[in-house]
Design a protein around this ligand. Structure first.
Ligand SMILES: [Zn+2]
Length: 102
């Protein structure tokens, strides 16, 4: 059971509220649960952990993601891991001095 988002009455998730007739969509309530998770704290913890593991690569002159991935992972095709981990917007554009988590 959950609280109706319109009138606050008890309503079964996925069913219609008996008071106001609005549907208690399950996505609405799952979204609410996600918001309550301490997301930022977790992300920061992960970053600090990586720092202490020394898992940081500093971009040098002439580097491209493909070559960096080849050095770090043994395969240039793994470059997407760097893109994902470091939230890189444009994989074709990296700059000297960037600290990349891997
Ligand atoms: Zn209602």
């Amino acid at each position: 059971m959950a609280k109706c988002k319109y009138c606050g009455a008890e309503v079964a998730i996925g069913a219609r509220c008996t008071y106001c007739g609005s549907k208690a969509e399950s996505w609405y309530y799952s979204g609410e649960e996600k918001k309550q998770e301490p997301k930022k704290k977790k992300a920061l913890h992960d970053r600090v952990r990586d720092l202490f593991n020394g898992k940081i690569y500093i971009v040098k002159k002439g580097d491209c993601l493909w070559n960096i991935a080849k050095n770090l992972y043994g395969s240039g095709a793994e470059y997407y891991r760097l893109v994902k981990l470091n939230n890189i917007q444009d994989p074709n554009h990296i700059e000297v001095g960037w600290k990349l988590y891997y």
